[in-house]
Ligand binder design. Structure first.
Ligand code: SF4
Ligand code: MG
Length: 329
């Protein structure tokens, strides 16, 4: 099947006093209908910027280059108006911080009605009610509260209502950025449940940004591991977790496993600098397998089984200079 979203060499950068911050620096991936891609990596590696960049939701001053192909057009070069039209019915989002607020003066029922009427004018009053209550129920809001006002709910419930409001339009592509950190465990389960329903019923594709590898194992089909603005490894979750091919993926998995057993295993060294990233492979200052070639040359992306990996351990051999495989000291 054709991908829903196909991202090619996406770059996002913005200015700072020390120079341009290259938060996303040449990212390529596809997302197929109904597929969930987990995006993982330490804080500050560019995950959130990538999620926003894909939807054209960057702060003012940020620059974007490359391709985000959706239904035959490149969203990177599309007009803000065209993207605005797609947002909601086609492109959905769930962020740590909601981008819009509930209108305090309107009943929840009115806000759902307004949203659905704007994007699906043909719906009957009964359909609207049915659709809204269904998605609210999935988020743990009982139908009896449908006509309540926002102030009658707790903060956590309002957040769930916001999510329901984004999902009632049944978008074909959703970016969820760490819904797990801001919300409690129950909400997390609800979100995963409701997104599972959307996938089954409407083939919704999801980019799931998190640092919780347990959730990725449970809820995602594929995983992309990000480091210093690059995706250094991607592939089916089961394969990547069973046989990680990039040293950074191995360290990341180790740090998660030790969290639940013997306390934290920190990945040694400083997290990546996105203004002046290390030369060659950006992970080389922290990599336990670093070789002479690593700081000298940027690694090629190669296929290793079902994975795509950016690391000199996997070649290609003809590009590694004489002595390049000696350990880096
Ligand atoms: Fe480590 Fe070299 Fe692979 Fe980078 S390219 S991850 S430094 S072995
Ligand atoms: Mg983030």
């Amino acid at each position: 099947t054709e991908p829903v979203i196909s991202v090619r060499d996406l770059r996002v950068w913005y200015g700072s006093e020390r120079g341009p911050v290259r938060a996303v620096d040449g990212v390529t991936f596809d997302l197929r209908p109904g597929e969930t891609l987990g995006l993982v990596g330490e804080s500050g590696c560019g995950k959130s910027t990538l999620g926003r960049g894909v939807l054209g939701l960057l702060p003012r001053g940020a620059k974007l280059a490359g391709e985000v192909n959706y239904e035959g057009r490149n969203l990177v070069t599309a007009s803000p108006k065209a993207i605005q039209r797609l947002r909601g019915p086609d492109l959905g989002l769930i962020f740590q911080e909601p981008l819009t607020r509930l209108n305090p003066l309107l009943r929840i029922s009115d806000q759902f009605e307004e949203t659905l009427r704007t994007h699906e004018p043909g719906l009957s009053k009964q359909d609207i009610r049915h659709r809204s209550i269904e998605v609210l129920r999935a988020m743990g809001i009982p139908p009896t509260r449908y006509r309540a006002y926002p102030h009658e709910f707790s903060g956590g419930m309002r957040q769930r209502i916001m999510i329901a409001l984004a999902l009632v339009l049944r978008p074909s592509f959703v970016v969820a950025d760490e819904p797990t950190t801001a919300l409690d465990v129950l909400v997390e389960a609800q979100i995963i449940g409701i997104l599972g329903d959307l996938r089954r019923n409407f083939d919704t594709s999801l980019l799931f940004i998190t640092h919780n590898l347990g959730i990725v194992a449970e809820a995602c089909d594929r995983v992309a591991v990000m480091y210093a603005g690059r995706i250094v490894e991607q592939g089916p979750v089961t394969e990547v977790f069973a046989r990680p091919q990039h040293p950074y993926t191995r360290e990341l998995l180790r740090s998660t496993i030790s969290l639940s057993t013997t306390g934290l295993h920190y990945i040694p060294g400083a997290p990546p600098d996105l203004i002046e990233p290390p030369s060659g492979c950006r992970f080389h200052p922290r990599c336990p397998s670093a070789m002479r070639v690593c700081p000298e040359q940027f690694p090629e992306q190669v296929e290793v089984g079902p994975q795509r990996v950016e690391c000199w351990l996997h070649g290609p051999d003809e590009l590694v200079p004489e002595g390049g495989r000696e350990p880096l000291v």
